[in-house]
Design a protein. Sequence first.
Lengths: 170, 536
Amino acid sequence: MLRLLRQIARVGTITEELRESDAYERAGRELAAMINKRFAGSLAIREVDAGSCNGCELEIHATNNAFYDIERFGVHFTASPRFADMLLVTGPVSVNMKTALEMTYEATPDPKLVVAIGDCAVNCGVFGRDNYAIAGAVSDIIPVDVVVHGCPPTPTDIIRGILAAIDGMP
Amino acid sequence: MRHKANTWFAERLGDQGIRTTYLSDHHPAHMPCLEIMRLEWKHAAEEARRLDMRLVALWAAEAGCHDQDQHARQGLYAYMAFAHPDHRHALLRTPLDAKNPQLPSIASEYIAASRMERHMADMFGIRIEGAPDARPWIRHEHWPQDALPLRKGFDAQSPMAVSSDCGDYDYVRSTSSGVYEIPVGPVHAGIIEPGHFRFLAVGEQILNMEERLGYVHKGIERAMQGRDAMEGIRLAARVSGDSAVAHAWVFAQAAEFAADIEPPKRASFIRGILCERERIANHIGDIGAICNDAAFAFMHMQMQRLREEMARLHQEIFGHRLLFDTIVPGGVSVDPDAKQLARLKWQTTAIAEEVERLRSLYADHPSIQERVIGSGVVAIDDARDIGLLGYAGRASGHYPDERIEEAYSPYDELEVNVPEGRNGDVATRVWVRFEEIADSARLIGEMIDSLPDESCSLEWRPPEPGVSGFAAIEGWRGEIAAWVRFGEDGLIDRYFVRDPSVINWLGLELAVREVPVPDFPLNNKSFNCSYSGNDL
């Protein structure tokens, strides 16, 4: 246990020069204020991979690492759509995932927000729309509030997308 | 690229009275493609098994440009690839009757063949004779009856019209009153890919876990047809995003073999550096995630921090956090300068040292050790029967490594150390990953030190129509095998790729028998198979 504490002390708080992290921190602070105002300080997200190559999943994971730590702004990922305020959907929607995506959307209580993460979610990306196995982009299947481009988008882009979705709420 | 033709397998088959024809339009010659008669398909597999060869892959293809003249009636071929540690890879193919394609199952020799045969049946409508499992695999219940996506004449340009009135998948069930079922997925609880797991459990114990995959089937094989190699490699890299380097490399190498192009050594070295960095990043991420699934969050935070540091340097030097699109046919698209290479080497060493420090904490922490030691054992005999790859194999006494078996450049000039585990549990799979991180860091250092000073790519020029190439690359999950055939105008007319997950998913099913249900995530993460790579 002592060695464990020593490692924690040795690594310390992860910081970096403001120039690089500035964009993220600013977006984060805005996000935290927005979540305080509109979601009583806590935004629950359900992530749905509707056909992604798993690259977007790696970057969504990264928003939870010590550099970004999205949870400090009041964002957390939930295991069930029943508790979710927002869906983050990745991938072109495969024919085999279409029903599951629709059911997840239905299971999410209103009002709900949907953010399409990554080029594939936005426009089917490299897999293409002219494809027997692709049902369409996310917005072809369920209503989408905000899209985030990138293959995959960076953690900073992802947090900006989440912010934009809340900002755009009526 | 002139390689000596490998006649070993042809000779062994000849001893058994199986006549083989060498196909000269297939490259490279050291991984020969031999045509046999369909009636001898199973016999050949039996002989391969007797020779202790490993099944690499099984696939089918419509006739290519050359084949149409030879077999006007037979427009379809089945292929299988085997590997032997001393005699490298060899391919067999046999013509099928396009109107009524049938093929004997080889699953009695190689259990891993079963899902690949089901994939062939789904995509081509090939009837597998004597198949132990005739259920569809990628074809979900709502697909149209007549949909055969890889056959000519199938409308692949628009989404399939699916039916809402369809049956359910025929899961393995138990009639015992004490057994209950736990259906999980396709949408899982974490931030992971979709798939369905059906557990049969008695109390806390898992009696059987059955995987139902195919949810992220994106028609990759079909979408590859008609693209040129430059476009195709972007799609290949996205077969499984966490293995973008390895998947791009296997595509590039298969295409380069076909086109008889040898990329400059500098390109191979940079590819090696990229691939080893990808291996380290994924192993680090997974070790953290395994610990997290056993509530050891400390390790998770530490490991994800290291992974992020790697991603940032990748962005800076190679222009992409996950190294997408850094490999192109003919070479690499990024050529780091001396200063960048020095930083890369420095960071690799620093991260490897930090991982060693964390490893000693992991080893000294009884609450995590209690969970990983003895959990999810795959016995050595089972691992060899299945042909488990990568760290899953290395934890269970099965050690294929293409960096040694195929010894492609740059590994022909390096010594790769393969950790040899035997206990087959989660702890050993984690141990293998720790060992591989250290070894990859050493390899990266050696590659940077001996990086040849020359151009890092050749101009790509496609081969003549009808020529095919096969390659096997050791990605971080294990061997990725790919076969590409070109058609007119340098466009791809068939691409087949076998991610290691296709085989390793079977290992997970076996590992979690008699494991308590709450230890499933831990085991699942210790295999961390790709859904996307399996479903294509």
